[in-house]
Design a protein around this ligand. Structure first.
Ligand SMILES: C[S@@+](CC[C@H](N)C(=O)[O-])C[C@H]1O[C@@H](n2cnc3c(N)ncnc32)[C@H](O)[C@@H]1O
Length: 174
């Protein structure tokens, strides 16, 4: 069984950012890509009815947990099984370059591919089709993620936080 990513500094940073954002901006539908422990769905549920929150993950254990907590839970490899459009899509992506020392059980949550940007890039290519007019994407990456290819997308950095050895960045794309 693949373990669920336990909330860490990146999760708390994203959750605090999302809470501030949703307290000032009204949205009607939200997709929590890579929901993991459901931390971001739970934050969103302070502002939105759970029926308008869609929590998805490639990890069936995370999907089971999200279902148990009353979210619309969908098992999906990125947008493969996702239909429809949303006002907001977030992804605290697995952003680290592959490290052979990383145990297989946690790789799914932390490793973004050989370079570290592969999953984020796939996500960005697919996300646009799932945004409502004026919809937004928030993607969390790190200074350890190569940004040269991500830079081809039009984004702005809307939040950043230095943690041990790296800086976390939340990118906003429309
Ligand atoms: C860094 S964890 C973030 C979990 C949670 N959102 C948080 O902030 O604590 C990344 C999550 O993305 C999921 N994930 C990895 N690859 C995915 C993919 N291709 N499609 C959907 N989810 C994926 C992992 O299973 C994991 O739950």
């Amino acid at each position: 069984m693949t373990e669920i990513y336990q909330p860490a500094e990146d999760s708390y940073f994203f959750s605090e950012f999302l809470e501030k954002y949703l307290s000032k901006n009204k949205i009607n539908s939200y997709l929590d890509m890579g929901t993991g422990s459901t931390i971001l769905s739970e934050t969103a549920s302070k502002f939105l009815n759970k029926k308008n929150i869609f929590s998805t993950d490639i990890n069936p254990t995370a999907v089971k947990l999200a279902k148990k907590k009353g979210f619309n839970a969908i098992k999906s490899n990125l947008f493969e099984n996702i239909e429809g459009k949303f006002d907001l899509i977030t992804f605290n992506a697995p952003y680290l370059p592959k490290d052979i020392r990383e145990p297989k059980s946690s790789q799914l949550a932390t490793t973004g591919g050989k370079r570290g940007d592969e999953i984020s890039l796939k996500f960005l290519r697919q996300a646009k089709r799932h945004l409502n007019k004026n919809g937004k994407v928030f993607l969390l990456v790190s200074s350890l993620t190569p940004l040269d290819k991500i830079n081809k997308f039009k984004y702005k950095i809307i939040a950043r936080k230095k943690i041990f050895m790296e800086e976390l960045l939340i990118l906003e794309l429309r």
